[in-house]
Design a protein around this ligand. Structure first.
Ligand SMILES: Nc1ncnc2c1ncn2[C@@H]1O[C@H](COP(=O)(O)OP(=O)(O)OP(=O)(O)O)[C@@H](O)[C@H]1O
Ligand SMILES: [Mg+2]
Length: 171
């Protein structure tokens, strides 16, 4: 059994009469310690897939088994714990807290999870040791992205999900 099993997943967004099929019978498996890249055109369902894997969106049908557990069957508390301790997520548009510094943004994430790494050390690893006390608006796009990457890594998660972590432009 693979560490991640994404099985026959369908995700539909219903907007009045219109039904958008974001994912249609999507299946894949990922082993432990594997680096996987999902590629596809804009609107193909990459973000939807990552959001479901990260426990941030629900699926319409199918199953998502992580380490033998079906996360689509977790209750609210189970999902919160899963997101808190198992998942590190680098968002497509960073989602930094604007009135917190780079260091505080990373500390905020590490304070709520077990087994986290030292925030300053991780920011140093991404080359931001001289930007710890800057707010996001005082950082370049790439620097903000590195804070977002540090925030995800510092949780020391079991699964690191990165939504276009090397794209620098904001649409
Ligand atoms: N909340 C939503 N409500 C309705 N439709 C949505 C919603 N979120 C995504 N979609 C639709 O689902 C499809 C997949 O979207 P998704 O964001 O997963 O694409 P993507 O592959 O990440 O694209 P991009 O490369 O542009 O980021 C798109 O057609 C999108 O319009
Ligand atoms: Mg996307």
């Amino acid at each position: 059994m693979a560490y991640i099993e994404f099985k026959n997943v369908n995700k539909e967004y219903k907007m009045g009469e219109v039904c958008i099929k974001a994912l249609e019978n999507t299946s894949f498996e990922i082993e432990k310690n594997e680096l996987t890249v999902i590629v596809g055109p804009s609107g193909a369902g990459k973000t939807t897939t990552l959001n479901i894997l990260g426990g941030m969106d629900t699926l319409t049908s199918g199953s998502v088994i992580i380490d033998g557990k079906d996360i689509s069957k977790l209750n609210k508390k189970g999902l919160t714990n899963y997101r808190r301790n198992d998942i590190g997520f680098v968002f497509q548009f960073y989602n930094l807290v604007q009135n917190l510094t780079a260091l505080e943004n990373v500390e905020l994430a590490t304070q709520i999870c077990t087994n986290s790494l030292n925030p300053s050390d991780v920011l140093k690893q991404v080359g931001l040791e001289s930007r710890l006390n800057n707010f996001p608006s005082q950082l370049s796009g790439g620097e903000q992205q590195r804070v977002a990457i540090a925030r995800a890594i510092a949780k020391n998660p079991k699964i690191l999900l990165c939504d276009e972590p090397t794209r620098c432009s904001r649409l």
